[in-house]
Design a protein around this ligand. Structure first.
Ligand code: NOJ
Length: 571
């Protein structure tokens, strides 16, 4: 393949360590478990892993509240277990990137414990302190963004939970300490980082208050109750207005440049992908991030041909306009969002839609990111009792609406189950054994296992079934790997007004590939004979979810079945 870098050609797979594989039978995922599953991942056909945080943490935010940046959470194993995992991954040609949480630490991190102990300790200025709350800013997880500490008689700022104090990135000592941690893992050989919530690192220096006439819990509740489009629009604006001053403050480009310079000291094309959709963070193409996510593709209730076209037109033209032509990065799901199968399903054609969505992410131009479990069609699992909730933003909301707003506990629980991210973080379903083969039968897993593992939503059953979603993913990943145009080809949309299907070409100097995704229940009859790329050429089918691969057809009278995924080389 041409001159593309590994992170442009790779398919990434996100592992949520707590839920992926439990190697020691305590109901919590760990490195032993992940390492045992590397052959599964190799066989699936992915090329790189993104590991959600694996560091010691009190777990108020499931590992995104880190209390030691250069170690492994004891429940996940030891540093030696990590090293084994890393070398076994590399041995199989699988790269590994880690999660890098820069904005905040845990409130149990020794840096914060020292910082909060007095106003004049050596780390007194490592976090963001104020004598009185300087404004009405909210934490996006749990109410007021300023929390009082009696030892200092002062308040500290936290964009996320109060257990996640924001670091003061204007302090050079903070940078030095964090860059040392970054180097620690690079020295061990990791291939890069996914950068958590970078937009929140710097705030509006004027500390401008927000103007929304509600607090966080009230706004969340208002979102749930909004019925009319006008109301929904107003609420959406409130969300934006509530947090806009806490995002994107000056300084981030310089910080990303410093981080990139460190990354570039290392060999092997280490990479950075930002949890942000702002392409400005790609800098000049060589001095900031390698990738940012195309989150706008996910920001919809239904994935429709019109939505995809609009998204691609906007996103690709923005990236193309950059002097260095930025590389896209597509995903439809992660540990923060409702599972693809549930979120974009219609409850009638979910199986067909899941195949279309997988094909979309794997055939659009750009680096795809998959989320563990999507390959077997894992669905959201709604918790039924508040004692089960592990995602603290969920339990905080439950208590806020029950105690402050008088919402009935039953309704509050339903709302909580729907808003908490626990629903999309349940243990991976490996088999139809009790506990889905994730943990031994008699063990209480950290989150309940979704009982639908017994109905075929598990790796073992799907491995044995040639028509399963799992085998569909494997097949598609293989076709992608062997079809250069699907990796490096330019994107050319076709038949731009079609409402039922999304058709496009991926084109290199050597190869032209047609992709048709039929999002409708109708059989289509398409005619590409007047499209210039098809002149005098035939369609050699590379992949079809309707089983017509390896056939040759003309560009006229092309029949595409309901929900069919059709990929053909034009030659
Ligand atoms: C984004 C992460 O993806 C999310 O899970 C986490 O809660 C916040 N950042 C805070 O670190």
């Amino acid at each position: 393949m041409s001159k593309l870098k590994w992170w442009q050609t790779a398919v990434f797979y996100q592992i949520y360590p707590r839920s992926f594989a439990d190697g020691n039978g305590d109901g919590i995922g760990d490195f032993k478990g992940i390492t045992e599953k590397l052959d599964y991942l190799k066989d699936l056909g992915i090329d790189a892993l993104w590991l959600s945080p694996h560091f010691p943490s009190p777990n108020w935010d499931c590992g995104y509240d880190i209390s030691d940046y250069t170690n492994v959470a004891p429940e996940y194993g030891t540093l030696d277990d990590f090293k084994v995992f890393l070398s076994e991954s590399h041995e199989r040609g699988i790269r590994v990137i880690l999660d890098l949480v820069l904005n905040h630490t845990s409130d149990e991190h020794p840096w914060f414990l020292e910082s909060k102990s007095s106003r004049d300790n050596p780390k007194a200025d490592w976090y963001v302190w104020a004598d009185t709350p300087p404004n009405n800013w909210q934490s996006c997880f749990d109410g007021d963004a300023w929390t009082y500490v009696p030892e200092r008689g002062q308040y500290y700022y936290h964009y996320f939970m109060k257990q996640q104090p924001d670091l003061n990135w204007r302090n050079p000592e903070v940078k030095k300490a964090m860059w040392d941690a970054v180097r620690f893992w690079l020295d061990l050989g990791v291939d890069g980082y996914r950068l958590d919530a970078i937009g929140t690192i710097f705030e509006d220096p004027n500390l401008t208050p927000h103007t929304v006439p509600m607090n966080l819990a009230e706004l969340r509740r208002a979102s749930e109750l909004a019925q009319t489009p006008a109301m929904k629009k107003k609420i959406e604006k409130y969300w934006y207005d509530m947090f806009k001053n806490q995002w994107g403050g000056p300084g981030l480009h310089d910080l990303m440049k410093e981080l990139r310079a460190i990354i570039d000291e290392y060999d092997g094309d280490r990479m950075l992908v930002g949890e942000d959709d702002n392409i400005a963070y790609m800098g000049n193409g060589n001095d900031e991030l390698h990738l940012v996510f195309n989150f706008p593709l996910m920001r919809t209730d239904r994935i429709t041909p019109a939505h995809i076209r609009r998204n691609q037109k906007e996103r690709l033209s923005q990236l193309e306009a950059l002097p260095f032509k930025g590389w896209p990065c597509n995903t439809l799901g992660n540990h923060d969002s409702s599972r693809i199968y549930t979120r974009y399903g219609d409850k009638q054609h979910d199986a067909g839609l899941a195949r279309l969505h997988a094909a979309l992410v794997l055939t659009l131009k750009g680096t795809p990111f998959l989320y563990n479990g999507e390959e077997i069609g894992m669905t959201d699992y709604m918790l039924t009792d508040i004692s089960q909730v592990k995602d603290t933003m969920g339990s905080w909301y439950y208590h806020a609406i029950v105690t402050e707003m008088g919402v009935h506990p039953d309704e509050a629980m339903q709302r909580t189950a729907a808003m908490t991210r626990d629903k999309n973080r349940t243990p991976m379903q490996w088999s139809d054994n009790p506990n889905a083969g994730f943990a031994p039968a008699n063990v209480k897993t950290w989150l309940p296992v979704n009982p639908n593992y017994a109905d075929g939503i598990n790796v073992k059953d799907q491995h044995n079934n040639p028509n399963s979603l799992l085998n569909y993913y494997k097949h598609l990943l293989r076709v992608r790997k062997h079809t250069p145009a699907l990796i490096e080809g330019e994107y050319i949309p076709l038949n731009n007004t079609a409402r039922d299907y999304f058709a496009f070409l991926r084109v290199t100097g050597e190869q032209t590939v047609l992709v048709v995704l039929n999002f409708s229940t109708k059989q289509l009859e398409l005619n590409f004979s007047r499209t210039k790329e098809f002149k005098e050429r035939k369609l050699h089918v590379l992949f079809s979810s309707a089983g017509r691969a390896n056939t040759i057809q003309g560009p006229k009278g092309l029949r595409i079945g309901a929900f069919e995924v059709y990929i053909a080389e034009v030659k």
